[in-house]
Design a protein around this ligand. Structure first.
Ligand code: ZN
Length: 387
């Protein structure tokens, strides 16, 4: 097999947070060596650059940027096709794995896997499930139930009661979900219900148990308020998404249960003027509190709250919220891989790991303009054409 040699780079070590000069070799889709004085069949001069593991966005929506604006006018095919430019953009930014937090269906993943379109590896949640009246329940006072996607192949996300919660998980799994995404509070955009707890403990527990029974990766719980986050942690959810208004009791429960926080600071920090209820101030405070309590944090943008071209801003926000530069980069690489359960396969520059790599211009860890520093991206050992 041909051995690719990346030579003369400064390599970021996610464990120590330090940068050291090293060569890296890649064979097929794997990193096969990291260290000084390596050789290979074909060399890429990386001098003056910083080599990072591919970024992982644990909360994005690759099919919503266009279709959210006019969901009832566009034909069904527009939704999955709208992901094509988004996925190219993300890969061009060095994002080599994503968890779609609803909107993409299994056809989008298949298109990437088969090489019909170029994009990061995708983990799917299909739809956001919820109780009646929750965020995923599209209903009009004049029309009654509204099929948001107008796509009968997508499963119904609404349930009430533990048994119905289990059935909903089974429907999502049947449609190809890797993760179960549930909304436990209202949204910042809607501006109401952010402190509610919209599920009973029995419903949350049923979702978590059924997801595990079905061999899924876990349950991700959209929760802005502290009580919903705490309930999610106690029920065994894998991650709390947003966590805008956490308190000491919530972060203690999350730390105890090992619940991850995916803050999605882009929701409140990139557009603070639009973030209601003091979210702009509360959100970074919540992240800091969580970190101090020992809650593990992984990167997720929640884009398109901001254009997908601005995805890497989230890493800067994490650094500013108390993770520091090295910590924020770890949250976007190895720690994100740990949350997704793929850290045995990716998330660091080490022998045997998947060759998902980002080469930046310049060797420093400054994060405020990461998107302007992308020089080359390798995904599964192949140099992408999008960077
Ligand atoms: Zn989201």
């Amino acid at each position: 097999m041909k051995r690719l040699l990346l030579t003369g780079a400064s390599v970021f070590d996610v464990h120590s947070g330090r940068v050291a000069a090293a060569d890296v070799t890649v064979e097929g889709d794997r990193i096969t060596g990291v260290g000084p004085g390596l050789d290979g069949d074909e060399a890429v001069d990386c001098a003056g650059g910083l080599l990072l593991p591919g970024f992982i966005d644990c909360h994005t929506h690759v099919c919503l940027a266009q279709t959210m604006r006019e969901p009832f006018r566009l034909p069904r095919s527009a939704r999955p096709l709208s992901a094509v430019p988004v996925l190219r953009t993300l890969l061009g930014l060095g994002i080599t794995t994503v968890r779609d937090a609803w909107g993409a269906d299994a056809g989008v993943r298949i298109a990437v896997e088969r090489g019909w379109i170029e994009g990061p590896d995708i983990f799917l949640s299909i739809r956001q499930v919820c109780t009646t009246g929750g965020l995923g329940d599209h209903w009009g006072a004049r029309t009654g139930p509204v099929d948001f996607f107008g796509d009968p192949s997508l499963p119904d996300p609404v349930f009430d009661g533990p048994d119905a919660a289990r059935a909903t998980v089974r429907r999502m799994v049947r449609a190809g979900a890797d993760w179960i995404k549930v909304t436990a509070t209202g949204s910042l955009v809607a501006g109401r219900g952010v402190h509610d707890v919209q599920l009973t403990d029995a419903e949350l527990t049923a979702l978590v148990d059924e997801a595990a029974r079905q061999g899924r990766r876990g349950v991700m719980v959209h929760a802005h308020g502290a009580r919903a986050a705490e309930a999610a942690a106690r029920a065994g959810a894998r991650s709390v998404e947003h966590g805008t208004f956490l308190d000491e009791s919530a972060v203690a429960a999350m730390a105890e249960a090992g619940t991850w926080l995916v803050p999605t600071l882009s929701c409140s920090q990139s557009v603070p003027a639009e973030a209601p209820d003091g979210a702009a101030e509360a959100h970074p405070r919540s992240v800091r509190m969580a970190v101090e309590a020992g809650v593990p944090v992984a990167m997720g943008t929640d884009n398109p709250v901001r254009p997908h071209t601005e995805a890497l801003r989230e890493i800067h926000h994490l650094a500013e919220a108390g993770l520091g530069e090295a910590g924020a980069l770890r949250a976007a690489t190895l720690d994100a891989a740990r949350l997704l359960g793929v850290d045995g396969d990716r998330g660091e520059i080490a022998e045997g790991k998947r060759a998902d790599l980002v080469l930046l211009t310049g060797t420093d860890l400054r994060l405020d303009a990461l998107n302007t520093r992308i020089r080359t991206v390798w995904h599964n050992g192949r140099r992408t054409t999008t960077a």
